[in-house]
Every structure is written in C-alpha cells, then in structure tokens.
Ligand binder design. Structure first.
Ligand code: HEM
Length: 174
C-alpha cells in the first residue's frame, strides 16, 4: 500500500502518522448532525472535514459546518494533529471562528480518538457564555462511517452533549 497525501502527491506519509492514516481525506456529513445544549434550541447542521498532510508528522485539518436548511456557513475550525512518538497520545491544536483557541489531548484506541481540553483561550470580546471544557470522540464505525460527538461545560457546570454527527468518506479531492 502506498501512503501518498492526496493533496501533495509527492509527500510520503510520515511513519508517525500511520496510526491515524484512516482519518486522512475528506468526510461529508451523510445526514444533518444534531446540535443541542441546555441553553439553546436544538439545531441541525451539515459539516465537511478535511484531513491532509505534507509529509510532516502532523495532520492538517479544516472542519466547516453549515446550516442544514439554508446552507449558510456556521462554525469553522482548523488546526493540527500530532502524536507523541511511541505512544497512543494524540494532541489537537485548534482555532475556532468563535474566537476560541484550544489544545485537546487524549488517546487513540484502535480507530477511536478520545480527546478533552488541556488548554483554552479566547479573544477578549468572545461571545458569552464562555465554555470552559470540551471533550470529543471520533470513532470509525464498522460500516465505514466516521462519527463525532462533542460535549462541553461552562465554568462550574456539568458536561453536556453539544453535537453529534456522522460522516461518509467523500470522493471529492482535497
Ligand atoms: C468544539 C466546538 C464547539 C464549541 C466549543 C461550541 C461552543 C458553543 C457555545 C459555548 C455555545 C453557546 C451556548 C449558549 O448560548 O448557551 C454554542 C452555541 C451554538 N453552537 Fe456551538 N460550539 C462548537 C461547535 C459547533 C458546531 C460544529 C456547530 C455547527 C453548526 C455549532 C453550532 C452552534 C449553534 C447553532 C449554537 C446556538 C446559537 C449560537 O449561539 O450561535 N457549534 N456553541
């Protein structure tokens, strides 16, 4: 099997990324994802995920969400994924269009990634309420679909689910 980046055809995948190779490529929500939180009305959204690499021991990602009905752009985040060499420790370094920047860390177990906030900062004028803790799970399902579940908590509050969505691998090029 060759391990080429679909975007930079000349870049061989870095050995450090082999455990995460199953994530690479483009994923599109197969049906609208469901958003919720105790303080907001439930909503539905579509999302496209891009995971690529340029031969470094780093995955570059972009997640773009849009309104399920009117298709308007909504939440967007982008960043980098690194693995601690020789371990199953994974770090996501993330910038969100809401003004939040975050480091999430966790573990890779098979094709399941479990992450939670290690550090979080935001612009001085970011919209309230201010989230304090985020956790997410990416799980490759036996049917080949990718599933993402995101929970969050405000300061002192309980963790509650914010998002749940499944994606199919897209045939679109990166
Ligand atoms: C980890 C990523 C995300 C974080 C940390 C986050 C955080 C938040 C927070 C703190 C709120 C405010 C809740 C309140 O007003 O009580 C919120 C609301 C909302 N989020 Fe997210 N969110 C994330 C991802 C997404 C995504 C992918 C979508 C997809 C469209 C989304 C759509 C919404 C909507 C529609 C609302 C309610 C309206 C609004 O306040 O803009 N969020 N989110």
């Amino acid at each position: 099997m060759t391990h080429k980046c679909p975007f930079h055809q000349s870049a061989e995948i870095n050995q450090a990324l082999l455990p995460l190779e199953w994530l690479l490529g483009v994923w599109e929500s197969d049906e609208p994802g469901e958003g919720s939180f105790s303080s907001i009305p439930p909503f539905r959204y579509n999302e496209t995920l891009h995971f690529s690499h340029v031969g470094q021991p780093v995955i570059n990602f972009m997640f773009n969400a849009s309104h399920a009905e009117n298709k308007k752009p909504m939440h967007r985040e982008c960043g980098f994924i690194r693995m601690q060499p020789g371990t199953n420790r994974v770090a996501f370094i993330i910038a969100q269009n809401s003004g939040l920047v975050e480091v999430e860390e966790g573990e890779l177990s098979g094709q399941c990634l479990t992450l939670s906030t290690l550090a979080l900062a935001r612009t001085s004028f970011a919209k309230e309420p201010h989230v304090d803790q985020i956790s997410r799970v990416f799980q490759m399902r036996p049917d080949g679909k990718l599933e993402q579940t995101v929970s969050m908590a405000m300061k002192g509050g309980p963790m509650m689910q914010h998002l749940h969505i499944t994606y199919c691998r897209s045939t679109d090029p990166l």
